[in-house]
Design a protein around this ligand. Sequence first.
Ligand code: UDP
Length: 236
Amino acid sequence: MTNEIRTVLIKLSGEALARDGEKYSTQVLESIASQISKLLEKNLKIALVCGGGNLFRGRDLVDSHLAISRATADYIGMLATLQNALVLRDDFESKGIPTRVLSAISVPQLCEPYIPNRGKRHMEKGRVVIFAAGLGVPFFTTDTTAVERSLEIGADLLVLAKHGVNGLYTADPKHDPSAEKIHQTSCTEILEKNFKVADGSAIALAKDNNLPMKIVAVEDIENILDENTGSYVEPH
Ligand code: UDP
């Protein structure tokens, strides 16, 4: 598997950036930047999709007292992902990692618009590309965005980097000591057994389009090419 991998898209959940009640943890940012640097040194092309859950999720407002539609709430969620992308960009750049943000919602004062070929070109030049603002449409999530962007830029692997768990388990290892790690699975098995890996629509899209995935801990991003790291998801 590892020999063919040249382009990797890493999906970070917004919560992966947060710790101890803080929206952003300097330690986590330090760790992510240092691991991304190591992957770039291996000549991998790196793209990122970051969620917004540390700041805002559209569904959080649905049953609130505010007269706000689900669509508007989701647009606010997309803006939260843009905020995270800008934080990551400045953090990476300050550490010497050239980084560009391409946003599905145009904010020309802040970043470039989403243009797939431009993203590919940035990666060819060794820059990290962060795809922000999800797909730019409500009723979706950044899991689905991560699969769609992976397909569009021709990524060889989508890495789902998780906070607090280093792969897929038979049950939640935080609550069930008998939970066992599943080293290899498939999109079909994830859908059939309803494993909580990513949205069902994201998994279905990966399956339909033959995109392999890997589930790893945020701390293991630098080891994504190691076969013993995380859980591998076959694209069928
Ligand atoms: N969102 C959306 N369309 C997209 C991507 C995201 O509407 O294509 C909104 C949605 O409200 C979502 C929020 O942005 O709840 C933040 O994304 P997500 O929940 O995927 O973040 P994560 O859980 O990965 O931190």
